[in-house]
Design a protein around this ligand. Structure first.
Ligand code: 5GP
Ligand code: ZN
Length: 113
């Protein structure tokens, strides 16, 4: 999709610190990290949010889960980690290409802000 920064990262047109790739996903470190590990896992397919991705390509949702597990293991997050899909502007979504935030490496409070 034109002018989508995550599509541009998936295609390699915009550089990113890529930590994991699969047939269906690409994962890279967030430029504005909120935890020692803050990785974004995105489907290669452009869909605006989790609901749209689930409807269009449920296998991509499973692939995000598998990527999260692989990255969490590689990053040594055995103590625990958090996976967040901000959905909609009211929840803080700013990039409308579905993505999972994988956060870990520090104590994570609940409820989130
Ligand atoms: P959202 O607010 O939509 O849930 O999350 C978007 C995330 O993407 C933000 O945490 C933001 O820091 C990150 N981000 C936005 N543009 C870029 C970029 O060009 N490269 C990387 N690595 N992260 C980005
Ligand atoms: Zn996109």
């Amino acid at each position: 999709m034109a002018e989508c920064v995550f599509c541009a990262i998936v295609s390699g047109d915009v550089p990113a610190d890529v930590v994991h790739k699969s047939e269906r996903t690409v994962a890279f470190r967030d430029v504005n990290a909120q935890a020692p590990t803050h990785v974004l896992v995105v489907p290669r397919r452009h869909e605006p949010d989790l609901a749209a991705l689930s409807a269009a390509a449920p296998e991509d949702v499973a692939a995000i889960g598998t990527a999260v597990a692989d990255i969490a293991a590689a990053e040594g997050l055995g103590e625990g980690y958090r996976v967040v899909f901000n959905t909609g502007a009211g929840a803080g979504q700013t990039v409308f290409h579905c993505h999972a935030h994988l956060l870990g490496g520090r104590r994570l409070e609940w409820p989130p802000g």
